[in-house]
Design a protein around this ligand. Structure first.
Ligand SMILES: [Fe+2]
Length: 235
């Protein structure tokens, strides 16, 4: 299989290992345009009264499972960009897509505060999926540009044997903001500190979240096997 990462691979591997996140370019192709068309159509809907969308967190609406799985444009967008293959090259891990979410977020309050998806809790217990998932998020720019995600670079490597010191990291470490952009996606290790940004405008913004995991973790997702069958076949 021909994957064009060129001499970039070494830099991407270093950045992903050390900083815990990277961005990858989106190809300018018909698959991208078709997916953007869907997003623009969804953006015009009133999701609060649409039965194809449901609210999981306050001020957010997700495309329901049946609809997202049957949507061809999402799979074509992902496959035409070879994101799975590229992430496997960068991480050196065999990965599959376990789950994905198409979500619109509204409101001046962020729906998820600064957190790690995998962490050690107050009782010194490991919480969340292990190994941590690799997340790929596409924040489309449909109307205006604003911060969508804040992360703390390197925080996936900054883990202390004390719950409160771990919390202090979120105060003192330098933060990095990610804005919506039609030309690239962000990929990060899910044990890095990350936070969904507040939406300054009432119109809201979309985020398309893809969770990559080890094949053995597929069963931890409700539709993992169904999604894997559809998405993980290689071209
Ligand atoms: Fe998270």
């Amino acid at each position: 299989m021909k994957i064009l990462l060129n001499s970039n691979l070494n830099k991407l591997q270093k950045d992903f290992y050390f900083n815990g996140f990277i961005s990858l370019n989106i190809k300018d192709n018909s698959e991208k345009n078709e997916f953007l068309k869907d997003l623009k159509l969804w953006d015009k809907l009133d999701l609060t009264i649409n039965n194809k969308w449901k609210s999981l967190y306050k001020n957010t609406y997700d495309l329901i499972d049946v609809e997202k799985i049957k949507n061809k444009n999402i799979i074509n967008f992902m496959k035409s960009n070879l994101f799975l293959e590229k992430i496997e090259l960068i991480t050196g891990r065999k990965l599959v897509l376990g789950d994905f979410t198409i979500r619109k977020t509204y409101g001046s309050e962020n729906y998820l505060k600064m957190h790690r998806d995998t962490y050690i809790d107050k009782k010194n217990k490991l919480v969340g999926r292990t190994p941590p998932l690799i997340k790929l998020i596409f924040y489309p720019e449909l109307k205006n540009i604003s911060t969508q995600l804040t992360i703390i670079p390197k925080s996936h490597k900054l883990i202390f044997n004390n719950y409160f010191i771990n919390k202090f990291i979120t105060i003192f470490q330098k933060k990095y903001n990610i804005k919506n952009n039609n030309n690239n996606v962000i990929i990060f290790q899910s044990d890095i500190y990350h936070e969904a940004a507040k939406q300054g405008n009432i119109d809201g913004n979309f985020r398309c979240i893809f969770n990559f995991c080890s094949p053995s973790q597929l069963t931890s997702f409700k539709n993992g096997k169904k999604i894997a069958l559809k998405f993980n076949s290689k071209k």
